[in-house]
Design a protein around this ligand. Structure first.
Ligand SMILES: [Zn+2]
Length: 269
């Protein structure tokens, strides 16, 4: 008999389907699963799931984290940020969720998930001491407003994605072993794994090198105020690159006009 796969969290046998971003978020934002595919040069559906999570972990501690993220979504993330915003958070609840999403995404993208292994008890809520060598940052992104195709366009940050950061070769990032990001509409979270803890000044430089408006989230503060300095197109350009027109076309058709085609329609093309 074939052995059942082991859960990435508790190591016990079992499997179930876990979305990288929670199911309730995907249902609220059905067009967001349409991603720009660079190779194909068009927008197509992209369902991100992992299957190496057992039911007790998935339906227990991990689903409780999704419940807390839902509160944050309703209160903050669902609103497009245009000016200064105040964000209040429960540090442990938020950072456990960010790590969980990031850990799932690392496995789904088949990149190394080593940085997360020691944090599994924290994600599961078995150890509630926040990790000292992992930093969390937040920046908010405002919509792009400008010209495209002879028209004035406004492109709101409407997508959710996560992945590994490309860390520029600059001094403040030298102490960072790995950087990951999670974007939900206007909210851009960054997770930085350090080799050893640093000091406040070093952390401040890391934040400033991510962006002038980026701030570090701390267990002590539980609230931050941010004035956005970057717009959505600045964030998308490195990803979209030369295919900007195709991206904007897809964005207008699927997101602005909210006319998502049927999946079968997209696949048959
Ligand atoms: Zn498990």
């Amino acid at each position: 008999m074939k052995r059942k796969p082991k859960c990435a969290y508790c190591g016990k046998e079992g499997r179930s389907k876990e979305h990288i971003f929670p199911g309730w978020l995907l249902r609220k934002t059905p067009t967001y699963e349409l991603k720009f595919n660079k190779t194909k040069g068009r927008v197509s559906p992209d369902e991100n799931t992992v299957r190496d999570v057992c039911k007790p972990c998935n339906n227990g501690p991990l689903s409780q984290l999704d419940d807390y993220a839902r509160v944050l979504y309703e209160t903050y993330w669902s609103k497009i940020v245009r000016e200064e915003v105040e964000f209040e958070y429960d540090y442990i609840g938020l950072t456990r969720w960010l790590l969980k999403v990031s850990f799932n995404s690392a496995r789904q993208q088949k990149s190394s998930a080593k940085s997360f292994e020691a944090l599994i008890p924290y994600m599961l809520g078995e150890d509630l001491d926040p990790p000292g060598e992992v930093l969390f940052f937040l920046d908010v992104i405002r919509p792009f407003e400008g010209m495209w195709g002879g028209e004035n366009v406004v492109i709101e940050p409407r997508d959710h994605r996560c992945g590994k950061m490309f860390l520029k070769d600059i001094p403040s990032f030298k102490s960072v072993r790995e950087g990951r990001f999670i974007a939900i509409d206007s909210f851009y979270f960054y997770i930085m794994f350090l080799d050893a803890p640093g000091d406040e000044a070093a952390y401040g430089k890391i934040a400033a090198d991510i962006s002038p408006s980026c701030v570090r989230l701390t267990a002590a503060a539980q609230a931050v105020t941010i004035q956005p300095t970057r717009d959505y197109l600045e964030m998308k350009l490195p990803e979209v690159g030369m295919n900007l027109d195709a991206y904007l076309e897809g964005y207008h058709r699927f997101v602005v006009k909210d006319k998502a085609p049927k999946r079968s329609e997209l696949r048959s093309k």
